[in-house]
Design a protein around this ligand. Structure first.
Ligand code: ADE
Ligand code: ZN
Length: 330
C-alpha cells in the first residue's frame, strides 16, 4: 500500500541497534563452522525456532551464546557490513550502533579487534555510499562497575584512532536488579572524556531507573523508556525537555514488554509531544529491521503520514550529529 511505500522512502536515523543483535542465523552458522565454535542447534531453522522469548533474560541467554561465533576482525567487519546493507535498503542515513565489548573480551578477543572490524565497515560505507555510522560502547549491567571501568580503560588507548566513529557509551543487558546508580563512577569518567552518554532504562525496569539514568548518570537519551508512562511527572519532564526515547516496538513485542503491538504506548507518547523514535534493537532476533518496525507499528497504531514524518524527524533531532548535518538529511 502507499503508506508502506511512504515508509520505505522516508529517510531515517537508527539510534538503538546492537550490532551483535544483527547476527542472522545464516552468518551464525557460517562463522561457527569457520571458527570451529559449536552451537547448540543443528540448523538455521532450529535457531529461528528458538527465538521464542518470555522476557529479556531468555533473549540475552541466546544472544550471548550466538555472539561467541564472532572471533576475528573480519567477522566484526562482515557483521557490520551486513547490517549496513539492510540499513541502506531501508533508507537509513545514519546509525549510532551499540556494541558490547565485554561479551568478546570475556572470551579472550582483544577489544582492539572489535573496534577495528566495526569501524572498518562504517568507514567503508561512508566512502562508498555516504552512509554515516558511529559507535556507542555499552557496558553490561549484569557485570560489576569495576569491570565496566576496566573496559573503558582498555578502550582509552583507542580513542584517537577511532575519534571519527567512537562517540559515546551506553548501558545494556539485564535491567531489573541492576539500577543505573550502580554505574555512577564509570559514567562520570566517560562524561569527563567528552563521550556522549545513553542508557537502557524503563524497558523492564521501573520509572525510577529512568530518573536515575537522567539525574545520576546524566544521560542524553533513554533507550526504550516505555515504562515512563507509569509516572505522570516523568512524562511531563520528558515532554518538556524533549528527552529522546529510542523505542523498539518489535523488540517490546518479542520480549513480552507488550502483549500486542496495538497496546503499545508509542503513539500516545508521540501524540503527547515526546521525542520518541522507532528502532530495531536486535533485528536478527526480533523479526525485522527498521522498515519492518515502522510498518508493523504504523499498521498496529494507525499512524498517519504526518506522524511517520515526525518519527523520522525525531530520529535526526535525537542524533549526536551537528545541526548542519541534520539539515542535509531532513
Ligand atoms: N542487549 C541487547 N538488546 C538488549 C535489550 N533490548 N535490552 C537490554 N540489553 C540488550
Ligand atoms: Zn537495546
Amino acid at each position: 500500500t502507499s503508506l508502506h511505500d511512504f515508509i520505505q522512502h522516508l529517510p531515517k536515523a537508527e539510534l538503538h541497534l546492537h550490532i551483535e543483535g544483527s547476527l542472522e542465523p545464516e552468518m551464525m552458522f557460517e562463522l561457527a563452522k569457520k571458527n570451529q565454535v559449536s552451537l547448540p542447534y543443528a540448523s538455521v531453522e532450529e535457531v529461528r525456532a528458538a527465538y521464542d522469548f518470555a522476557d529479556l533474560q531468555s533473549f540475552l541467554d541466546l544472544y550471548y551464546a550466538g555472539a561467541a561465533v564472532l572471533q576475528t576482525e573480519q567477522d566484526f567487519f562482515d557483521l557490520t557490513h551486513a547490517y549496513i546493507q539492510r540499513a541502506l535498503a531501508d533508507q537509513v542515513r545514519h546509525v549510532e550502533l551499540f556494541f558490547d565489548p565485554q561479551t568478546h573480551t570475556a572470551r579472550g578477543i582483544a577489544i582492539a579487534t572489535v573496534f577495528a572490524g566495526i569501524a572498518r565497515a562504517l568507514r567503508e560505507a561512508k566512502a562508498q555510499h555516504g552512509f554515516s555510522g558511529t559507535m556507542i560502547m555499552c557496558f553490561l549491567r549484569h557485570l560489576s562497575e569495576e569491570d565496566a571501568i576496566a573496559t573503558l580503560e582498555a578502550a582509552l588507548p583507542l580513542r584517537d584512532a577511532y575519534a571519527d566513529v567512537w562517540i559515546g557509551v551506553g548501558l545494556d543487558s539485564a535491567e531489573v536488579g541492576n539500577p543505573p546508580e550502580k554505574f555512577t563512577h564509570v559514567f562520570t569518567l566517560a562524561q569527563a572524556m567528552g563521550l556522549h552518554l545513553v542508557a537502557h532504562a524503563g524497558e523492564e525496569g521501573p520509572p525510577a531507573y529512568i530518573h536515575g539514568a537522567l539525574d545520576v548518570l546524566q544521560v542524553e537519551r533513554i533507550d526504550h523508556g516505555v515504562r515512563a508512562e507509569e509516572d505522570a511527572a516523568l512524562m511531563q519532564r520528558l515532554q518538556q525537555t524533549r528527552m529522546p526515547l529510542t523505542v523498539c516496538p518489535l523488540s517490546n513485542l518479542k520480549l513480552c514488554v507488550v502483549k500486542d503491538l496495538r497496546e503499545h504506548n508509542l503513539a500516545r507518547m508521540l501524540r503527547d509531544g515526546l521525542c520518541v523514535t522507532i528502532n530495531s534493537d536486535d533485528p536478527a532476533y526480533f523479526g525485522g529491521y527498521m522498515n519492518t518496525n515502522f510498518i508493523a507499528t504504523a499498521d498496529a497504531l494507525d499512524l498517519s503520514k504526518a506522524e511517520l514524518v515526525q518519527l523520522a524527524r525525531n530520529s535526526f533531532e535525537a542524533a549526536f550529529v551537528s545541526d548542519e548535518q541534520k539539515q542535509v538529511w531532513f
